[in-house]
Write a protein that binds this ligand. Structure first.
Ligand code: HEC
Length: 108
C-alpha cells in the first residue's frame, strides 16, 4: 500500500515537471512568433507572394515605410492587414526584414 502510494506520487511529480518544462518552451516559442518576421511572412504573405498569386516582393528595394503602408492600407487585390492581425511591432520588423531580402533566384 505504502509503496503503491509512493510510486503514484513519484509519477505525479514526474508529470508536473514535464508539464512545467513544456509550457516554458511554449511561452518562449510564442514570444518568438510575435516578432519573428520570417514567420509573419510565411503565415500572412507567402501564400500570395511566394505562390505566383501576387508579384514577388523580395529584392524590389522598397522602403520599409512603403511596405508597411501597403500592408496597412491594402493595394488593389491585396487585403489590408489590421493591427489585430499584424501588430505595429511585427509590421515594423517585417517591413525592415523584407526591405533587406535579396531577390529570389529565378525558378527554372
Ligand atoms: C491575398 C493575397 C495577398 C496577400 C495575403 C498579401 N499580398 Fe501583398 N499584394 C498582393 C497583390 C495582388 C499585390 C499587387 C497589387 C497591385 O499592384 O495591384 C500586392 C502588392 C504588395 C506590395 C506592393 C508591391 C509593389 O511593387 O509596390 C507589397 C509591399 C506587398 N504586397 C506586401 C505584402 C506583405 C508584407 C504581405 C503580408 C503581410 C502581403 N503583401 C500579403 C496580394 C497579397
Amino acid at each position: 500500500m505504502t509503496v503503491r502510494r509512493a510510486s503514484r506520487l513519484a509519477m505525479l511529480g514526474c508529470c508536473t515537471m514535464a508539464l512545467g518544462a513544456g509550457s516554458a518552451a511554449a511561452v518562449a516559442a510564442n514570444a518568438d512568433a510575435l516578432t519573428a518576421p520570417a514567420r509573419v511572412w510565411a503565415g500572412a504573405c507567402a501564400y500570395c507572394h511566394a505562390q505566383g498569386v501576387a508579384p514577388p516582393i523580395f529584392g524590389l528595394g522598397l522602403a520599409p515605410a512603403a511596405i508597411a503602408a501597403v500592408v496597412r492600407g491594402g493595394l488593389n487585390g491585396m487585403p489590408a492587414f489590421h493591427p489585430s492581425e499584424i501588430t505595429d511591432v511585427q509590421l515594423q520588423a517585417l517591413a525592415d526584414w523584407l526591405a533587406q531580402q535579396p531577390a529570389a533566384p529565378a525558378k527554372h
